[in-house]
Each structure stands twice: as C-alpha cells, then as structure tokens.
Design a protein around this ligand. Structure first.
Ligand SMILES: [Fe+2]
Length: 299
C-alpha cells in the first residue's frame, strides 16, 4: 500500500523559469540538473522531489508514490494487476531519472501516469532553502498533497481505494470534492469532479511557520505573480494558505497548519458545504486552470 506522495514530475516549455521562481518565491532548493537536463527541486533532505522536464506543453508527467519496500511495491502491483491494469517495471535508464531505488509505473483509467517506488534517499541536514525559511513539513506525511480533476468521482474513488487511500471527507460547494489520506496528513490526494475533463489543479506544499506563508505572499504581490486564490483557511484540513500560479500552468497551494488524522478509528467522515472558513477569494484576474483537458474514455 502507498505510504505517501514521494515525488512529482511535470513537463513544461517554461522549465527554466523555475530556476528563479522555485527558490526565490517558494523557498525551494535547486538541485543539480538531471542527466536529461531536467530542473530538479528539493523541499527537504531528499535528493529532489519535484522535477520539471522540458516539453512542448504543460502537463502533469507523473505522480511518484512511496511504498515501504520491495514487498510492499509487489503487493501494490499485484492489486493493480488483479484489476486488469497493466503495470510496467522500470529499467535502469528510467531509475536514473528518479530519486528512488526502484519503481514500477502504470497509467490510470483517466490517463494519469503513476509510479510506485521505494528507497527515496535522504542526507540529513543537507537541505538549503532558496530564501530564509523555517522549512517544509514532509517526513512521514510525504511531499504534500495534490488535487486532480477527474471526469467520474465514483470511478476515481474506486481506483484510489485499490491503492490503499481512505476517504477523509467531502466538500459539496458547487463543485464536488473528495479528500483521501494514506498517512496522518489530512489528505494526500483530493479529487474534483469535472465531467468530460481531466487534469490537475494544485500541489500543496506545507511550511513550518505562518510567517513563511506571509513572506511568500508578499513576494508574489511585490512581483505581480498571479494568484489563483488569496489567503484563506480551509474548512476540512484547516490549512491557512494561498494559491499561486506556477510558470507551468498549475497552482502551488502554499500553506501552514494543516490538520492531521491521528486517530483514524474515531475519525468522522464529514461533508462540508464550503471549502473555506474565510478567504481563498478568487481574484478577478485569476488564471483559469492550466492543466485541464478534455477526457475521452479509452484514449
Ligand atoms: Fe489543497
């Protein structure tokens, strides 16, 4: 079963812009480039967790999931194969392009590529943020969370159930959202219903201090970097955050203070009628979701 979001990759014609955006705005560390020239970004003591590959269009290239080790990876592969999903073993060339020891990959029913992996290495004390920063909340909770657009919520929930995700709660606020956890982080993946379309909305990175959120917000405002949503606090995971448009068409939710699910047995699965307690206002000039495509079944 999956333990956490380990790493993530994108393709983009604007990969080079991340060399400035990532350290100066987000406080990420730029790692040495990959052998194929990709921009690799660090959020903690792992070698890198975010990769921007040069490409003609902005796309979510893959989601890298952490499993406990070779046996856990095999177990997840078997569960997927029993559902008729074709899973591919990685060769040496592919492993050289990822921060892990081994992985297997597959394409989900909506066309999104997933990689099941183990062996994300760390060098304790090696992370150097790109600007003064208290650091990112990772560890057992993994890189953060992602929110995907899916054409069919029930089908998607069924699929993520196979990977071991458990429902945290729902939001019904004009759009239907379901949130899922695989560790103590309130959600590692959330799904938004967009009939006929598929894509990705945001990657959430959680910092250790509210002041780090404020400093990032000041930088965005000073430099005129477009926000998708202003500062606010979510109803369900209680994250205080804002959403900034990256150079590659998706949003980063930059947040602090996310709730944890410590006592799963007594967790109450609720449905909220609003996504936010306060704030998260969408500016009139907010960019439209950049990674949202028409979905055709079987393509
Ligand atoms: Fe989020």
């Amino acid at each position: 079963m999956i333990q956490a979001l380990s790493y993530i990759g994108f393709t983009s014609p604007n990969a080079e812009q991340w060399l400035q955006f990532a350290p100066e705005i987000l406080g990420l560390e730029v790692a040495p480039r990959g052998p194929e020239g990709a921009v690799r970004l660090r959020v903690d003591d792992a070698p890198y967790r975010i990769t921007i590959h040069s490409g003609k269009t902005d796309e979510l290239a893959y989601l890298g999931w952490q499993t406990a080790g070779p046996a856990a990876l095999d177990g997840s592969v078997a569960a997927l194969k029993s559902r008729g999903i074709e899973v591919h073993e990685a060769d040496r060339d592919l492993i050289a392009l990822r921060p892990v020891t081994d992985l297997a990959w597959f394409i989900d029913p909506f066309g999104i590529r997933h990689e099941l992996s183990w062996g994300l290495g760390t060098r304790p004390g090696s992370f150097r943020p790109g600007r003064p920063l208290s650091g990112f909340v990772t560890g057992r909770g993994g890189l953060g969370h992602v929110v995907l657009f899916v054409p069919d919520l029930d089908q998607a929930q069924d699929f993520y159930d196979t990977l071991g995700f458990r429902l945290s709660d729902r939001v019904e606020a004009g759009i239907s959202l379901r949130f899922f956890h695989c560790n103590t982080r309130h959600h590692t993946i959330a799904l938004a219903a967009t009939p006929g379309r598929v894509g990705m909305h945001h990657l959430m990175l959680e910092v250790k201090s509210l002041d780090d959120v404020g400093a990032a917000l000041d930088l965005c405002n000073q430099r005129g970097i477009p926000l998708a949503m202003g500062l606010g606090r979510h109803t369900n995971d209680l994250m205080t955050s804002f959403y900034v448009r990256t150079p590659s068409g998706f949003e980063i939710e930059y947040g602090w203070g996310g709730r944890m699910i410590e006592d799963e047995a007594n967790w109450d699965i609720r449905t909220y009628d609003s996504g936010s307690i306060w704030g998260h206002k969408v500016p009139e000039t907010a960019p439209r979701p950049g990674l949202l495509r028409p979905f055709k079944a079987g393509v």
